[in-house]
Ligand binder design. Structure first.
Ligand code: PMV
Length: 327
């Protein structure tokens, strides 16, 4: 096979990854849980390339020097581990904007990992793929599967037990929808990587937060298995507010959300009070992810559009597993 294309989906964490116990291996200080998003995906096409260096394209143009360094460091891990010598032509396309808190690195590194596995016929297991994707970006280890995914922080120093595994597939809770409320598409000023580093080193509440948040993981499992919307809603929003406290008590404080984000959250809280089944979270950015029941989508969208705070609202179902296109 000369060229392969893999599609992997972005994910939104309901219980966040925020801090590394090993920077090189991207090992987290706590476990996390995410939901895969069908509307936000990355398609990565790779082929062997007869040149002395890799060519990496993103949405049709050469990637920035910073992104190139990050991707080349990841390719180096593959090359060393599997004795790969070939140069590569990598063409990556996103269905959405880059680095605006829409977890583009998660779908990007998951798609690249799957494509490399196929091109070089490595036949890696899903757990091995998850471990490798994690080296590119922590949250990418959760994009190796669809549906609800749990990333167990693991305890080993080599990270072999720090893996994203599916809790339930996408069809377990078919009535759920995810609305991605775009407030600002610009790239964030402080990357997640730097933000985590700041929080872990400066927030006095950091260790109590990770201990408390880890304890809620079994409760998330229970709510997901039972399709208990109310419990999942409380758990996710509580977790989001606790994480915001960590961001606010970091030095410098990490202001990923914007005034418009807060206005949108207030509207969602009003809707909740009037009985609309929805709850919210954000990534490290200003945009809001709303999880809701399918029958509530139009009501939520019209309330948010009327507020004038949003640039666009993307409606999504839950994504199934990533796959190779044309196979
Ligand atoms: O995987 P990274 O390095 O892009 O970090 C992701 C951090 C958050 O999106 C804020 C949280 C998470 O668990 O996805």
């Amino acid at each position: 096979m000369k060229t392969v294309t893999a599609r992997a989906y972005s994910n939104i964490a309901l219980n966040k990854y925020w801090g590394k116990r090993d920077i090189k291996l991207n090992l987290p200080t706590k476990s996390s849980i995410s939901l895969s998003i069908n509307a936000l995906y990355t398609d990565t096409t790779i082929s062997r390339y007869n040149h002395n260096q890799d060519t990496i394209l993103f949405n049709g143009s050469l990637v920035t020097e910073k992104d190139r360094e990050h991707i080349c460091a990841f390719l180096k891990i593959f090359r060393q581990e599997f004795a790969i010598k070939d140069s590569l032509l990598i063409d990556t396309r996103n269905s959405f904007c880059h680095a605006a808190g829409l977890a583009s690195s998660a779908s990007g590194f998951a798609a690249l990992t799957l494509a490399l596995n196929a091109l070089f016929k490595l036949e890696l297991s899903t757990d091995q793929l998850s471990c490798l994707a994690r080296r590119g970006s922590g949250s990418a280890c959760r994009s190796i599967k669809g549906g609800f995914v749990h990333w167990d922080k693991g305890t080993r120093c080599d990270g072999k037990d720090s893996i994203g595994r599916q809790i339930v597939p996408s069809d377990h809770w078919q009535e759920l929808r995810i609305l991605i409320v775009i407030i600002d598409q610009r790239e964030k000023k402080i990357s997640s990587r730097n933000g985590m580093h700041i929080s872990i080193n400066t927030s006095h509440y950091y260790s109590s937060w990770i201990n408390q948040a880890e304890k809620t993981i079994p409760m998330f499992f229970k709510a997901v298995y039972a399709k208990d919307f109310k419990s999942l809603s409380h758990l996710t929003q509580d977790e989001w507010h606790n994480w915001q406290n960590i961001l606010n008590t970091s030095n410098p404080p990490l202001h990923y959300i914007q005034p418009s984000t807060v206005k949108v959250l207030c509207i969602l809280e009003q809707l909740q009070l009037s009985g609309v089944d929805c709850f919210y979270t954000t990534d490290a950015g200003p945009n809001v992810h709303v999880v809701c029941m399918a029958q509530c989508v139009e009501r939520i969208k019209s309330a948010l559009e009327l507020s004038g705070q949003t640039q666009a609202i993307i409606t999504s179902t839950i994504a199934s597993d990533p796959y190779l296109i044309g196979q």
